[in-house]
Design a protein around this ligand. Structure first.
Ligand SMILES: Nc1ncnc2c1ncn2[C@@H]1O[C@H](COP(=O)(O)OP(=O)(O)O)[C@@H](O)[C@H]1O
Ligand SMILES: [Mg+2]
Length: 248
């Protein structure tokens, strides 16, 4: 199962990715979480203190895997071992990887890093009990067509606000550009009000769940503690269950 988590900066993508990784690992899944956001913070949300080498820094490995003879690109670069070799395991057995900054060379740029990422997303062999979670920033359209083919679902994280619908539209476009067909929504930092409820009603995609605004997450972030160690997880458990139901 491959899941991409997207949304505007600060909506709670990393928080959701970290908590889902934790809950799924507890359920016995082998979880791999990749930070694809340029402001790297997934490792710390997952309690990883050591620096995780960004994949984009592996220039030699990328070149060796991606380039064929005479500067051509290999269609199916071998990338399976990357997950073991360049990940750091956290206390719950979640493998954490960092993508790093990849070239923003226009839509569908054929940079080696992109070919590498595409290979990772497409060809990584996953067994039934394997889960890949991608923490993705919203502005990743430059990845190009088909990058994320093979990703089962994109979770759009939104905050209830006047720009939420607009954001959703953008995420829909992103999903179709990079080849993800299914979208589900998580509403985060929800504060009860009539307007906020109306907004939730307007969402046309399946709703995985609503996470209330909870100061605990802010504190966890400030104290550099994984949110799942200190905060209430009920809404996340429901989201995880809805997600599994949707995908199976
Ligand atoms: N439900 C919530 N209630 C309150 N604060 C939250 C909630 N979810 C996330 N946050 C806080 O919002 C900030 C941004 O969250 P983060 O997960 O880093 O967002 P993103 O990865 O989308 O940029 C962090 O300080 C985080 O602790
Ligand atoms: Mg983040």
């Amino acid at each position: 199962m491959k899941v991409a988590i997207s949304g505007k900066g600060g909506v709670g993508k990393t928080t959701l990715t970290a908590v889902l990784a934790y809950l799924l690992a507890k359920d016995g899944y082998r979880v791999t979480a990749i930070d694809c956001d340029s402001s790297i913070n997934l490792p710390s949300a997952l309690g990883v203190k050591d620096r995780v080498t960004p994949l984009s820094e592996l220039e030699d490995v990328i070149k060796e895997r991606v380039y064929g003879p005479l500067g051509t690109y290999k269609l199916n670069p071998k990338v399976d071992d990357i997950f073991e070799e360049y990940s750091v395991k956290n206390d719950d057995g979640v493998r954490v990887l960092v993508l790093g900054t990849i070239e923003k060379g226009g839509e569908g740029c054929f940079c080696p890093e992109n070919a590498f990422l595409r290979a990772i997303l497409r060809h990584a062999i996953f067994k039934e009990k394997d889960v890949l979670l991608l923490d993705m920033e919203a502005g990743i359209e430059h990845l190009g067509r088909g990058t994320a083919k093979g990703v089962d679902i994109l979770i759009a994280v939104i905050e209830p606000g006047s720009r939420a619908v607009e954001t959703l539209k953008r995420i829909e476009k992103l999903a179709s550009d990079i080849g993800i067909e299914r979208i589900a929504v998580v509403v985060n930092k929800f504060v009860e009000s009539e307007k906020a409820r109306e907004l939730v009603e307007e969402i046309e995609h399946p709703l995985l769940g609503i996470i209330p605004y909870d100061q605990c997450f802010v504190m966890a972030d400030l104290e550099n503690k994984p949110p799942y160690r200190v905060c209430r997880l009920d809404p996340f458990i429901e989201i995880k269950e809805n997600l599994m139901r949707m995908i199976s």
